[in-house]
Ligand binder design. Structure first.
Ligand code: PBG
Length: 336
C-alpha cells in the first residue's frame, strides 16, 4: 500500500495546530490509569520527607488517611501502601509481617474505613520486615523459597482480612502466586485480586525505595539477583508472566517502567491481559532531580513518561507522580 509521497504527502500538516494534534493522538491518559504508592510510619501527625525522593513522604496513619482522601478527591482509583518500620521492629525472619495488627494492616483498616471505595493494594514480600532487607527468609545462606512462600501466604491472608482489595506479590519466589491464591480462597477471600509482580527485574532503579522503607541499604546492586530477573532477559519475562497467569494472577506488573517498555509491550501483545507498569522510585528521582536542576521540564517529562507507558500497552501505571498527573488531567491543562 502506497502512503503517498512528498510534496502531496506532508506529515507536518496534521501537526500544525493544537486541535488536530489532539484529534490525531493515538494514545491518551486518564486518571483511571493511576495507582498512587504511599509510605506509612508509626506515630501521629508525621510527614517525614524521603531524601532520595523529593516531594515524597513517610506518613503516619492519620496523614495517610488524609492522602487517601486526596486520592478519592482526585478520582485516583487505587493506592498502594508500603510500611517503613523502625530497625527495632525488624528481625531476620521478618516476623512482624505475621502480626495482623502490624503497621500496614492498621493502615489498611484506617484507609478502608475512611475511603471504602478507594482500591487498596498491598505488597506481599518480607523486605520491609527483615533486618537484612531480603524479600524472603535466609537458610544456609540462601533465600529459602518454599518456607518464604508459606510465610507470604499468611501475610496475604492477614492483609486481606484487614480489607486489602489487591494483593501484590513482589517477592519473586517460585510458586507464590498459586499458593497465595489458594490461601486467600481457603480464608474466604475469593474476590481479593492478585496483581503479580510477574516480570520484576533485579534493578538499580529501586535504590530510593529501599531508602524510603529503610530496607536493604547493605544489599548492593546485585543483592536480589537470585530471585529478581536479569535485566538482559526478555523471553524469561514472558515465561514468568505465563506462570503467574496459570497460577491465578488477575493482572501482571512489569517493573521497572521506562527502561523496560519493550517487556511491557511484549507482555501486552503476547498475553492480552491487564498489564501494569511500575514507574519505580529511581525513575521518579531522576525526573525530579533533573527538574530541580533546571535540566528537564518537570510536568512535561512526567506526562510524556505516562504517555509512553500507555503507548507501550499499560492498562494502568503505579507512579509516585499520580496526584500531580491527576491534577493536570483534571484541570485539562494537558494539551498536545
Ligand atoms: C519490595 C518492593 C520493592 C519495590 C516495590 N516493592 C523493592 C525491591 O524489590 O527491592 C520497588 C519500588 C520502587 O523502587 O519504587 N519487594
Amino acid at each position: 500500500m502506497s502512503r503517498g509521497q512528498f510534496p502531496s504527502t506532508r506529515m507536518r500538516r496534521n501537526r500544525m495546530q493544537s486541535f488536530s494534534r489532539r484529534l490525531m493522538g493515538e494514545t491518551s491518559i486518564s486518571v483511571d490509569d493511576l495507582i498512587w504508592p504511599m509510605f506509612v510510619v508509626e506515630g501521629q501527625e508525621i510527614d517525614e520527607p524521603i531524601t532520595s525522593m523529593p516531594g515524597q513522604f513517610r506518613y503516619s496513619i492519620d496523614r495517610l488517611v488524609e492522602k487517601a482522601g486526596e486520592a478519592v478527591a482526585l478520582s485516583i482509583p487505587a493506592i498502594a501502601i508500603f510500611p517503613a518500620l523502625d530497625a527495632s521492629q525488624k528481625d531476620a525472619d521478618g516476623t512482624d509481617a505475621l502480626d495482623g495488627n502490624n503497621l500496614v494492616c492498621q493502615a489498611v483498616r484506617a484507609v478502608k474505613s475512611a475511603c471504602p471505595d478507594l482500591g487498596v493494594i498491598c505488597d506481599v514480600a518480607l523486605d520491609p520486615f527483615t533486618d537484612h532487607g531480603h524479600d524472603g527468609v535466609i537458610r544456609d545462606g540462601i533465600i529459602a523459597n518454599d518456607e518464604t512462600v508459606d510465610i507470604l501466604c499468611q501475610q496475604a491472608v492477614l492483609q486481606a482480612d484487614a480489607g486489602c482489595d489487591i494483593i501484590a506479590p513482589s517477592d519473586m519466589m517460585d510458586g507464590r502466586v498459586g499458593a497465595v491464591r489458594s490461601a486467600l480462597d481457603d480464608a474466604g477471600h475469593q474476590n481479593v485480586m492478585i496483581m503479580a509482580y510477574a516480570a520484576k527485574y533485579a534493578s538499580a532503579f529501586y535504590g530510593p525505595f529501599r531508602d524510603a522503607v529503610k530496607a536493604g541499604a547493605s544489599l548492593g546492586s546485585s543483592g536480589k539477583s537470585s530471585y529478581q530477573m536479569d535485566p538482559a532477559n526478555s523471553d524469561e519475562a514472558m515465561h514468568e508472566i505465563d506462570l503467574d497467569l496459570q497460577e491465578g494472577a488477575d493482572m501482571v506488573i512489569i517493573k521497572p517502567g521506562m527502561p523496560y517498555l519493550d517487556i511491557l509491550n511484549r507482555a501486552k501483545t503476547e498475553f492480552g491481559v491487564p498489564c501494569i507498569a511500575y514507574q519505580v522510585s529511581g525513575e521518579y528521582a531522576m525526573i525530579v532531580a533533573a527538574a530541580e536542576n533546571g535540566w528537564l521540564d518537570h510536568d512535561r517529562s512526567m506526562m510524556e513518561s505516562m504517555t509512553a507507558f500507555k503507548r507501550a500497552g499499560a492498562d494502568a501505571v503505579i507512579t509516585y507522580f499520580a496526584p500531580q498527573i491527576a491534577k493536570i488531567l483534571l484541570a485539562k491543562k494537558y494539551l498536545h
